[in-house]
Design a protein around this ligand. Sequence first.
Ligand code: GLP
Length: 240
Amino acid sequence: MTNKYIKQINCSDYQELSGRAAALVADIVKKQPKARLGLPTGSTPIGMYKILGEMNLDFSLCHTFNLDEYAGLASSDKRSYRAFMQEQLFSRINLPESGIHFLNGTAQDLEKECRRYDEELERLGPLNLQILGMGLNGHIGFNEPADSFIPQAHIQPLSPSTIKANSRFFNQESEVPRQALTMGVAPIMRAEKILLLICGKEKCALLEKALSGPITPKLPVSLLQLHSNVTIITCTKDQA
Ligand code: GLP
């Protein structure tokens, strides 16, 4: 049975995917100047961030919450997700520092840091839009395949396949942190709308399996079957 709450847009290439994703985000920011946006890292959203940076949108009243951060990497470390976001988006838009919300991978007490992040998410209210990418093992944020879904922010050991896949952002695989902090699935599922970006043949095939098969924490993205407002933008062609 098709899921009427999931809208899928298939693009012919990465450029089109990026343009459509940016247009959807821009529409929300224009209609809701105080929009609360959940943001992903990874290669897939880079094109969308670039276009958003060129659109001259007003982010001055927005709040962004990034999905995750590596444990042990300071925001000043160029390999951190905080630094990635600075380079790809924050340096190009007028979002004030006070509107940027991030898990701190070098907090003294990482458990406490996760509670702080959940409280901040609670305090500001549900996200208007959660943008997601997907790992090659179906992870969302850093919610890795597991025996159960974890609703709250948590410390997540990274799977060998994720460490390998993400090593392209590091000099060598041994440099990739073995743990990360991630938003749990509750704020993701509580977002008014979810935008999932999927690029490449392998990921498209995995997505199809996740959306047509059982909802299982072994394939975290399958949980999106239970959300009532999901847009998925895909392209089977690899990102150039
Ligand atoms: C990382 C991030 C995820 C992201 C995934 C896919 O693991 N923690 O949030 O979705 O990478 O990244 P890419 O778009 O580079 O394939």
